[in-house]
Design a protein around this ligand. Structure first.
Ligand code: GDP
Ligand code: MN
Length: 389
């Protein structure tokens, strides 16, 4: 149940000469950063890392989005820290907050209850809106319309390794749709019913399992499902009563027939979406939109605290083939407490020194650049850095 290295190879091993790499045409892509003014410091930290390890060569543009207005300090500081074009956009209320078809009081009460139950971010209304925005709306924002690809950036992220090839171009060339670098398990209490809806979508649409869907399944119980007692919780779970079905006709979700679930259980695994490189046309496809609509209409973005990470992951599980997903096992990345360190990955276990010498076309420029970036260089402290120079 792995995305195997046999079928999904590291695109490029070792250091490329950025001068040669950037001679090639760039992809039609942008970084997407959702943020608030108060997160400026964390944003700048992320931008330094992004620029230092990748964008000082590739100069991909940034799109900043916010449900409020970015102030001039935020915009000025951001512009000072990047080597490419930046656009700042406001998110329309139609993409953020409660839609008309949901009973706001019921939803707020649902959120309040999750706060009382100490579910992580469960009681924070804005967090629910953020997750729903990243699940079903960001790719519809007008500033993203002109792009085919995006790379998600959050405040307080860090790249450990120089990325000297263009991930977009290589994904395109290899027919990849979705790329991740970390997969983790979700907190069960944030998504108690998410899998039943995703699985209902798959069944209603008659989608046959791909290898990817299986990645999200707990191994089958020893006994075949039909031998389980009918009251076994694995086999038969009533639908929660408090899932919203307020709008007349909103019930696009048929009740999940437990008999048809074939005893499948979600293993809580998901791609950690704060790092994500993906094709926007996948999110804009009818299939993804249908999937999102069905999930959305269940009310799970409020009555539970469904994150965009399990939403994107289960959508990929339903809609994508294993070969369309790329594991960036060579990208060193950290966000808050979780990191992926490629020093531990096969791709980095090649017999070669951690700091490769490479020749650039302009030696003097290289030395100047290195001196500049030394200022931001923290890699040595944890010993996982892998720089190309
Ligand atoms: P965590 O990584 O799951 O702990 O969640 P974060 O607090 O980092 O939020 C995820 C992303 O959404 C980050 O890029 C935040 O800056 C952004 N974000 C979260 N809540 C809001 C909000 O209410 N407004 C805006 N504009 N951005 C938000
Ligand atoms: Mn975050």
């Amino acid at each position: 149940r792995k995305i195997s290295e046999k079928h999904d190879k590291v695109f490029v091993t070792g250091c490329q000469d950025p001068a040669l790499e950037t001679n090639q045409p760039r992809a039609n892509a942008a970084f997407v950063v959702l943020a608030r003014n108060k997160e400026l410091e964390g944003v700048l930290q992320s931008l330094k890392s992004m620029e230092r390890h990748f964008n000082r060569w590739f100069h991909y543009p940034y799109v900043f989005l916010n449900d409020g207005d970015f102030n001039s300090t935020f915009k000025d500081e951001v512009r000072k820290h990047v080597s490419s074009n930046v656009e700042f956009g406001k998110i329309d209320p139609s993409m953020w907050g409660f839609p008309d078809w949901v009973d706001h009081n019921v939803a707020k009460e649902g959120i309040r209850k999750q706060g009382d139950a100490a579910i992580m971010y469960g009681g924070m209304e804005s967090y629910h809106h953020m997750c729903r925005f990243y699940s079903g709306f960001f790719y519809k924002h007008e500033l993203l319309q002109k792009y085919d690809w995006y790379w998600r950036v959050e405040p307080e992220i860090k790249y450990f390794c120089d990325i000297t090839y263009d991930p977009f171009v290589h994904m395109e060339r290899n027919n990849k749709t979705y790329g991740f670098t970390i997969a983790v398990k979700e907190l069960k209490e944030t998504v108690p019913n998410i899998f039943r809806y995703a699985s209902a979508y798959k069944r209603v649409k008659n989608i046959t399992s791909t290898g990817l869907w299986d990645m999200f399944l707990e191994p089958k119980p020893e006994k075949p499902a039909d031998e389980l007692p009918k009251d076994d919780p694995k086999y038969k779970k009533p639908l929660p009563e408090d899932i919203l079905r307020t709008e007349p006709g909103a019930g696009t979700i048929p009740d999940v027939d437990p008999e048809s679930m074939e005893g499948e259980t979600y293993n809580m695994c998901h791609f950690w979406s704060n790092f994500e490189i993906a094709r926007l046309d996948w999110f804009r496809s009818k299939e993804y939109e249908d999937f999102f609509q069905m999930m959305d209409r269940s009310g799970g973005f409020w009555m539970e605290r469904w994150g965009d990470a399990p939403i994107h992951s289960l959508a990929a599980g339903v809609l994508l083939d294993t070969h369309q997903v790329h594991y960036f096992r060579d990208i060193g990345y950290r966000h808050t407490t979780i990191a992926h360190c490629p020093a531990n990955a096969k791709a980095r276990q090649q017999p070669r020194p951690p700091y490769l010498e490479m020749t650039t076309t302009d030696e003097k420029k290289r030395i100047e650049e290195d001196a500049y970036w030394e200022e931001w260089d923290e890699e040595k402290e944890n010993g996982v850095g892998c720089r190309c120079r």
